[in-house]
Design a protein around this ligand. Structure first.
Ligand SMILES: Cc1ncc(COP(=O)(O)O)c(C=O)c1O
Length: 411
């Protein structure tokens, strides 16, 4: 007979043995002093003195630091005082607020689409939409980039539609796979504008060309693109002038927009179809007023203040420049995400621990299964709040540890 407690303990021990047991760092972010936070060390930190201390965060997805923006904070507080803390229900049962409708209209405008639909998160938007498309479109086949996000994989899997995986951003492989399919069969190409772990961008136009040639729909995850790229933060497809070539754009508010929640945008019919059939949309309480108001205000803020994006990209360029003069081998794949390949879980964990314990700099190690084994890394992300001095200190601290650990140096 199974001993449940032993089973769970053994599974956890396996993660410890492989140096990929996840430790959540206990942080109190300072609203008025980003990118700093108060860290509450635990016994797992390896420190003798466990008193709280101030650390700088180097791995936040609040890319533009908008979660600290005064107008957005004010909008959240105002929405709560006007409408209360909860939406009160699912969208169908008393949970559609005026703010939801305003936000959906605003998202549709941002992505130049006819309509949009809100979800509890970017994860849920992907999972619910892809499940529904695969489930409802008879004989549909997904053509999925091999590096799409877990939420997209789950959605495609749950739908039980056929899923053909093409090599990452490999147009020849995608076309080879499209060629084998019956031209009459419904198809959706599923991909991501900025891949979160390597930071590389998809060849959006070329994929859209193949979609047109083989009569496939295009589904693009812009979670790491929105806010950060394109006028008003409309994303990478917008920056490239390709919005009309993408059928369904998926995005969220939890990264570049500094808030919470996810969405899709597309034709009136497609959005109404997902609204009407997607379990992950229908049977869950809608976003609360504070979250919805913050998202609306974040879009306004980015539309009006172009200096936020500019200041962010200036800092990203500066960090890359500093790293390129150092011994640290980083990947510059043309986006704001800066991966530093370490290559094994033990060193990755140790680097992160020493940066935190000695230098008060927090970067989460990224291990399998988020990246393949051997691809373990530190994934650095900045905000407009990281000063040039802070960046200098960070590169110096990491360089010292890099030499001490005798890790592979940049050529
Ligand atoms: C590519 C991608 N899509 C979707 C998501 C999920 O978004 P959310 O955090 O809003 O659920 C993430 C989150 O990290 C992501 O990296």
């Amino acid at each position: 007979m199974i001993d449940y407690k032993d089973f769970f303990a053994q599974k956890i021990q396996n993660l410890h043995d492989e140096h990929r047991y996840r430790i959540f760092i206990d942080l109190e972010r300072f609203q008025d002093n980003p990118p700093f936070a108060l860290w509450h060390p635990t016994a797992q930190s390896g420190l003798d003195d466990l008193s709280p201390r101030k650390v700088a965060v180097w791995c936040s997805n609040d890319y533009l630091g908008l979660s600290h923006h005064p107008s957005i904070i004010r909008a959240q507080i105002k929405a709560t005082s006007l409408y209360g803390t909860s939406s009160g229900g699912t969208r169908n049962i008393s949970g559609t607020g005026h703010l939801h409708n305003l936000l959906e209209a605003r998202i549709a405008k941002l992505h130049q689409k006819e309509n949009a639909l809100l979800f509890s998160s970017g994860y849920v938007a992907n999972e619910a939409t892809l499940t529904t498309l695969g489930d409802q479109i008879s004989d549909l086949v997904f053509l999925s980039d091999e590096k799409v996000h877990a939420s997209m994989i789950q959605g495609m899997r749950h739908s039980r539609a056929e899923r053909i995986i093409f090599k990452h951003s490999d147009l020849a492989d995608l076309e080879d796979k499209l060629k084998t399919l019956d031209p009459m069969r419904p198809k959706i190409i599923v991909f991501v504008s900025v891949y979160s772990m390597d930071g590389d961008r998809a060849p959006i136009e070329a994929i859209a060309d193949l979609a047109r040639k083989y009569n496939a729909l295009t589904y693009l995850d812009e979670v790491h693109g929105v806010g950060v790229y394109g006028a008003g933060g409309a994303g990478v497809a917008a920056e490239l002038g390709l919005l009309d070539r993408i059928d369904i754009i998926q995005g969220n508010f939890a990264k570049g927009f500094g808030g919470f929640g996810g969405y899709i945008a597309g034709t009136r019919e497609c959005i109404d179809f997902v609204r009407s059939y997607a379990s992950g949309f229908i049977f869950t309480t809608s976003l609360p007023p504070a979250v919805t108001a913050a998202a609306l205000t974040a879009i306004d803020v980015l539309e009006k203040d172009v200096s936020i994006q500019a200041s962010f990209h200036e800092r990203v360029a500066y960090l890359k420049r500093r790293l390129s003069y150092s011994i640290i081998p980083f990947i510059d794949s043309g986006s704001h995400i800066i991966p530093i390949r370490v290559g094994d879980a033990a060193h990755c964990h140790l680097l992160s621990q020493r940066l935190l314990n000695q230098n008060n700099m927090y970067v989460q190690p990224i291990n399998f299964p988020t990246v393949p084994r051997g691809g373990e890394r530190l994934r650095i992300t900045l905000t407009p709040h990281h000063t040039f001095d802070l960046i200098d200190d960070f590169v110096d601290a990491l360089s010292k540890l890099w030499s001490e650990f005798k890790l592979r140096q940049a050529a």
